[in-house]
Design a protein around this ligand. Structure first.
Ligand SMILES: *[C@@H]1O[C@H](CO)[C@@H](O)[C@H](O)[C@H]1NC(C)=O
Ligand SMILES: *[C@@H]1O[C@H](CO)[C@@H](O)[C@H](O)[C@H]1NC(C)=O
Ligand SMILES: *[C@@H]1O[C@H](CO)[C@@H](O)[C@H](O)[C@H]1NC(C)=O
Ligand SMILES: *[C@@H]1O[C@H](CO)[C@@H](O)[C@H](O)[C@H]1NC(C)=O
Ligand SMILES: *[C@@H]1O[C@H](CO)[C@@H](O)[C@H](O)[C@H]1NC(C)=O
Ligand SMILES: *[C@@H]1O[C@H](CO)[C@@H](O)[C@H](O)[C@H]1NC(C)=O
Ligand SMILES: *[C@@H]1O[C@H](CO)[C@@H](O)[C@H](O)[C@H]1NC(C)=O
Ligand SMILES: *[C@@H]1O[C@H](CO)[C@@H](O)[C@H](O)[C@H]1NC(C)=O
Ligand SMILES: *[C@@H]1O[C@H](CO)[C@@H](O)[C@H](O)[C@H]1NC(C)=O
Ligand SMILES: *[C@@H]1O[C@H](CO)[C@@H](O)[C@H](O)[C@H]1NC(C)=O
Ligand SMILES: *[C@@H]1O[C@H](CO)[C@@H](O)[C@H](O)[C@H]1NC(C)=O
Ligand SMILES: *[C@@H]1O[C@H](CO)[C@@H](O)[C@H](O)[C@H]1NC(C)=O
Length: 558
């Protein structure tokens, strides 16, 4: 039984009620795929009161709210030029004993209902949320529709002791007007009730450890922790915390389309054309091939056949990938938003709006440019029951990167630890490794950005390991950073950003967090001490592999 102490106070707004919550010792901020992983391992370990704050009403990040229930895995093969020794990283990664068992189980529940070709398992996002994730999180504490607004630290300035958040509830008499994220976001972060929502202020206190699992690295900013965003001009990592604030990877608003039996009319595009026009293209593929790329439901037997009533996710580079503006505000504008108590995520609302327009524009272009037999037969599904929004675009954009922590002793996981000769078989074996992952360096560039020459080199990415130090921040002792906010370079992020890797990182972090709470640790770096590290690693192994199995041999075999 949980008892909430409720205070009613009147400051500026008579609606404002602040609810103090002091029984969430392990507090997970954000509902990314990584955060979900953390919640699910933490909740299996008894006696650690754990809560999670999710900005939308669907937990799961890229798996659900970002509308990508079509997870990629590594696919690449690397080869040494001198000897021709070849390592099929994709096939090693897909071996069952190298995968996170819960992730595999989750994907098997619905299976490959789309017969897509980008992923082994593509299924309908809404079903992935309601039938796969909801039963798993049934007995956990999630605060949905909740964003964070303010963080308080103790006098050492190194511990987070309080996180204030805003939770919104939809009004029953919701207005007809359908709002896009770019219009709605300021409302999420406002304490005031609006035409659409009533608000509750939540104040989380008595926190022992915080897991930064947000999509946008909001804990890093609000706790004034060192972070870096965007491109890094230098190969070996820039720990100045500056980076390039306006250039990084592009981002995408995904949506669902359905193929109808006969041509149907659709309302004309209600949004203005994307600024400057857009160059949509099929690239080297055909219309049909893009259709089956991330198809999530079909009656067709394989990915070569397009069938009536198919449902597909559109997530296409030369389509809805928005490449013109950077998602995050500059560090100084971000700090200004925080320091003037106007926090709204520190994101570029113009970029979000233009990305929405680009996505709609792509739908209309794709529909119009279909081969004759399919012309006017694709529709954007705008019902709440599909993407979970009135407009049909994903609740949240798919981001390839976030603000990234600068770790303990300036640690950044760097490219040399994940790349090398094929004959090395695997990346650098960190003593403090907590999980494994594999994917290629995959950068979707932005227009008007020049990328340092080292980024154009081809890196041979090995099956790699992720260390505890990548989950730390040099300024905050009770913070565990996971997923895209980890302490890693720009290049490494481009190879760790995949669903299965993020989920495994989260599962490991859930163990780290509960261990730290149960053992009354004050500082996450205490776990680097051998007596703790060995115990944590052995608990993590119950959730996710910490060694690679290659040709029947485990690396390392412990
Ligand atoms: C803090 O949380 C712990 C664990 O839930 C609980 O035992 C303790 O009473 C809480 N302290 C306060 C002041 O609420
Ligand atoms: C590597 O393969 C290429 C192409 O098959 C071949 O020409 C070359 O001799 C091979 N090199 C070695 C060292 O075996
Ligand atoms: C959640 O758990 C409750 C009881 O703990 C059960 O009645 C309910 O059916 C469960 N819901 C799902 C979706 O599993
Ligand atoms: C944030 O940290 C920097 C040092 O890293 C410090 O100079 C600055 O005053 C801090 N800002 C706030 C608002 O605490
Ligand atoms: C990369 O990381 C490894 C392991 O942390 C470290 O030993 C090495 O110095 C780093 N290399 C560069 C170029 O920063
Ligand atoms: C579209 O492509 C044309 C020709 O390659 C180019 O001139 C134009 O700048 C592009 N427009 C945008 C918005 O990228
Ligand atoms: C998914 O496809 C199956 C097989 O064609 C069909 O029975 C089912 O109704 C479809 N589901 C949706 C939500 O379209
Ligand atoms: C689509 O989504 C995946 C996430 O599964 C992402 O990694 C990828 O970069 C996106 N692809 C395109 C072509 O936009
Ligand atoms: C598709 O719809 C547009 C707009 O209604 C119409 O102009 C066009 O003739 C239609 N094309 C076909 C092949 O039905
Ligand atoms: C980021 O890179 C762009 C070019 O790609 C450059 O114009 C800009 O000045 C850089 N910004 C910073 C802060 O280095
Ligand atoms: C926590 O540990 C780090 C690394 O050992 C250290 O720099 C920091 O000062 C510690 N925090 C406190 C409050 O002692
Ligand atoms: C794995 O074993 C096969 C068959 O013995 C061999 O051809 C291949 O080179 C081995 N691969 C690696 C990565 O050791």
């Amino acid at each position: 039984m949980f008892v909430f102490i409720i205070f009613f106070i009147t400051i500026n707004s008579i609606h404002s009620s602040i609810r103090t919550i002091d029984d969430c010792q392990l507090l997970i901020i954000g509902g990314t795929t990584s955060a979900l992983g953390a919640l699910l391992s933490a909740s299996k370990i008894l006696n650690t009161p754990t809560c999670l704050l999710e900005p939308t009403d669907w937990i799961g990040g890229q798996l659900t709210a970002e509308l990508l229930s079509a997870p990629d895995f590594a696919y690449h093969i690397i080869k040494d030029k001198d000897t021709n020794f070849t390592l099929n990283v994709g096939s090693i990664d897909r071996q069952l004993n190298n995968q996170n068992p819960l992730f595999v189980k989750m994907l098997n529940i619905l299976g490959n209902t789309g017969h897509c070709w980008v992923s082994p398992k593509c299924s309908i996002p809404e079903l992935f949320h309601s039938q796969v994730i909801l039963p798993l999180v049934n007995n956990t504490r999630i605060f949905y529709n909740t964003v964070i607004k303010h963080i308080t630290k103790d006098s050492s300035n190194r511990r987070i002791i309080q996180i204030d958040a805003i939770q919104r509830s939809k009004r029953q008499t919701s207005s007809e007007h359908c709002r896009f994220l770019s219009e709605e976001l300021p409302d999420w972060y406002s304490k005031e009730d609006s035409l659409w929502f009533t608000k509750n202020e939540l104040s989380f206190r008595n926190i022992s450890f915080v897991i930064e699992g947000s999509s946008w690295g909001e804990v890093l900013v609000l706790s004034n922790a060192s972070y870096i965003q965007g491109l890094m001009e230098e190969f070996d990592g820039d720990t100045s915390g500056i980076g390039n604030s306006t250039c990084g990877q592009s981002f995408t608003f995904d949506f669902l389309e359905q193929l109808r039996e006969t041509p149907v009319d659709e309302l004309p595009n209600p949004l203005p054309e994307p600024t400057g026009g857009a160059n949509y293209s099929f690239e080297h593929l055909t219309w049909e091939r893009i259709w089956t790329y991330r198809r999530v439901n079909t009656s067709a037997p394989n990915s070569d056949i397009v069938a009536v009533n198919d449902l597909t996710i559109q997530n296409w580079s030369e389509g809805n990938d928005y490449r013109k503006e950077y998602f995050f505000l500059s560090p100084s504008d971000t700090q200004h938003q925080r320091d003037t108590n106007q926090w709204q995520g520190g994101v570029n609302l113009d970029a979000i709006e233009n990305a929405e327009r680009l996505a709609y524009g792509y739908h209309y272009w794709y529909r119009k440019n279909a081969p004759t037999q399919w012309t006017n037969r694709t529709v954007l599904i705008r019902s709440i029951s599909a993407a979970g929004t009135c407009h049909g675009l994903a609740k949240m954009p798919y981001l390839r990167e976030s603000r990234r922590s600068i770790g303990f002793e300036n640690f950044l996981m760097n490219i040399t630890t994940i790349s090398g000769y094929a004959r090395n078989l695997h990346g650098y074996i960190f003593d403090d490794r907590l999980c494994i992952g594999a994917y290629n360096v995959d950068i979707h560039s932005m227009v008007q950005c020049t990328y340092p020459s080292y980024m154009h080199e081809s890196y041979s990415i090995l099956p790699y390991y992720i260390p505890l130090r990548a989950m730390t921040n040099r300024d905050i002792d009770n913070l565990i950073v996971i997923g895209k906010t980890m302490a890693q370079t720009f290049l490494v992020n481009s190879a760790t950003r995949l669903h299965p890797v993020e989920f495994s990182i989260g599962q490991a972090a859930g163990v780290v967090g509960t261990y730290a709470v149960q053992n009354n640790l004050q500082n996450i770096t205490e776990i680097l001490r051998e007596e703790h590290l060995k115990r944590v690693q052995s608990i993590v192994k119950e959730f996710t592999p910490t060694s690679w199995t290659i040709n029947g041999t485990r690396y390392p075999d412990d």
